[in-house]
Design a protein around this ligand. Structure first.
Ligand code: ZN
Length: 224
């Protein structure tokens, strides 16, 4: 894929998240990586969605050096570190979408309460811990990625392509910008359902493993 096509896709994915109401004001961003070319394209900082064009998408190398387009979003180091830690993903969507962020603020894992959840996520969407004061005062954006990667130690990041970050928001990923946005949309929907479920019955238990597996593997090929 040419760089121009990748910029177009990242632009369209950012606009799609905004159009769907998952990005309020400017709180969120989508990026994509071209691992062969060694570049990442990400939403530019300080440009409104109305003024955004494919050409002002920020292009950086994998060390974060600006190559072309606008100034990259301040979350750029988080995206770069996640691409290093998750070598099989091609795009990341970050949102502060309200229901997913409510779980993040409560510091709670998003448990699978039904098959809607199981269609997309194999088990709970985990909540990564809050950053320590030292981590906050240090390389905050990089450290945000490090707590996510720490939370995924021993977990399959492709089977559960999203995370909540305590006190902050959500990250979702996939092989393409379109897929990362789709996962972010599903995450927000299942988070809203989970909150309503827990309001109606605070004692609701997560679904059983066989039902989770049945639904997850209907949509995803089983790895042997
Ligand atoms: Zn954020």
């Amino acid at each position: 894929m040419s760089l121009q096509e990748l910029k177009q896709k990242v632009y369209a994915a950012n606009q799609e998240l905004f159009r769907r109401g998952l990005i309020l004001l400017n709180w969120g961003n989508v990026s994509a990586i071209d691992r062969e070319k060694g570049i990442m394209v990400i939403k530019p900082a300080n440009i409104s969605f109305a003024a955004m064009t494919p050409d002002n998408m920020a292009v950086v190398d994998l060390c974060g050096k600006m190559l072309e387009g606008g100034k990259p979003s301040s979350d750029m180091p988080t995206h770069l570190e996640l691409y290093k830690g998750f070598p099989d993903i091609g795009a990341i969507a970050h949102t502060h979408s309200l229901n997913a962020t409510a779980f993040a603020q409560a510091g709670k894992n998003l448990e699978p309460f039904g098959t809607t959840h199981a269609d997309c996520f194999f088990g709970n969407v985990p909540c990564a811990r809050a950053l320590t004061t030292e981590e906050l005062r240090g390389e905050y954006e990089k450290n945000t990625a490090h707590v996510i990667l720490e939370r995924f130690t021993g977990h399959d990041y492709l089977a559960t392509p999203a995370v909540l970050v305590a006190n902050h928001g959500a990250y979702a990923w996939g092989e393409s910008p379109e897929r990362a946005v789709e996962v972010a949309v599903m995450l927000e929907a299942v988070a809203e359902l989970a909150i309503k479920t827990l309001v109606l019955n605070p004692l609701t238990e997560p679904i059983e493993q066989p039902l989770l597996e049945r639904h997850y593997y209907r949509k995803h090929k089983k790895q042997s």
